[in-house]
Design a protein around this ligand. Structure first.
Ligand code: GZL
Length: 311
């Protein structure tokens, strides 16, 4: 049976022959590092030759990498697009070269025929889950919220903001009083939280919504240095479910996180292999799951489980 299956798949489409270019944003967060680790594992598993390019969070570096992959004549491209706009020209070039592009964890504002599929979570839903959680947590009590936004112009920053505002839109007691980008990093999350505390005074801030856990972890440091108790004086909800946020939650220093799987490449490579094997065209959006974790969960155990997964 295997022999006949092998006969069915012409040698040219066997995964072992594939060379794929991966333009990764950088390593701005623990989650991003895990995505890189998992993507390399998924390629290895399939005998794929993965060409990896780290853009240090600069779009021009990603565009250069894509042009290099096209010149090399790779079989496909994986792209985690740092921002949503400015991709049409280079994606047209990839289309001209008949190289399928698959988007990982972020989307682009470009015509759908310029990419094969996008593997992402429902980023608006994540923000709404965070807003809904805070509304339940506050149970009608007044709460001034500060928000640490992700990278300006990225689809997660746009969508997670939109979803959170939807989640709190029917709660007149919840109000966002400050909102600024922390660029998805711990260092910027700390710096911006320090500025929020300085501007508002700790007593006036009831909660922090951070678009990712790394900015929340940086903010926790700032809250402690201001002599306040993170998780108690200031409630904290963020997104990614990286090990260190569960460590913070295990000691009550953060309150909730929404899980984002780092394995976007698995579904993308499955879709590519199906397409190459028999022309199956994947949907334009392959959605990954989102799961809320709170202090009711065994956060120490979750930390132990995740801490060796490449974050
Ligand atoms: C979301 C992803 C975000 C993560 C951050 O899909 O693009 O980028 O939530 C990372 O940790 O910087």
């Amino acid at each position: 049976l295997i022999a006949s299956a092998m006969m069915l798949a012409p040698a040219s489409v066997m995964a072992a022959d594939l060379t794929i270019g991966f333009s990764q944003i950088g390593s701005e967060s623990g989650w991003r590092a895990a995505e890189t680790t998992v993507t390399k594992q998924e390629a290895e598993k399939r005998g794929i030759d993965l060409k990896f390019a780290d853009a240090q969070q600069k779009q021009e570096n990603q565009i250069k990498a894509l042009r290099s992959f096209i010149a090399q004549g790779v079989d496909a491209i994986l792209l985690a697009p740092v921002v949503a706009t400015g991709w049409d020209e280079v994606l047209e070039e990839a289309k001209e070269a008949e190289i399928p592009v698959m988007l990982l964890d972020r989307t682009v504002d470009a015509p759908e025929d310029l990419y094969m599929t996008a593997v992402t979570s429902d980023l608006v839903h994540e923000g709404k889950v965070a807003g809904d959680w805070l509304q339940d947590e506050m149970a009608g009590a007044d709460c001034s919220i500060v928000e640490l936004q992700g990278t300006t112009g990225s689809s997660p920053a746009i969508d997670r903001k939109k979803g959170f505002e939807e989640g709190i839109s029917d709660a007149s007691n919840l109000k966002i009083i400050r909102s600024q980008t922390g660029d998805f990093t711990r260092s910027q999350g700390k710096v911006v939280m320090e500025s929020f505390l300085k501007a508002e005074g700790g007593a006036n801030i009831c909660a922090l919504y951070a678009h990712n856990d790394d900015m929340a972890v940086g903010a926790i440091q700032a809250i402690k240095e201001a002599g306040l108790k993170p998780g108690e004086d200031i409630k904290i909800v963020s997104i990614d479910s990286v090990p260190d946020i569960h460590l913070a939650m295990a000691s009550g220093e953060a309150n909730a996180t929404i899980e984002l799987t780092p394995n976007m490449a698995g579904p993308a490579l499955d879709a590519l292999e199906a397409y190459l094997a028999d022309g199956t065209v994947p949907p334009k959006w392959i959605q990954t799951e989102s799961k809320l974790y709170t202090l009711k969960d065994d956060n120490q155990a979750i930390y132990e489980l995740k801490k060796d997964l490449g974050y």
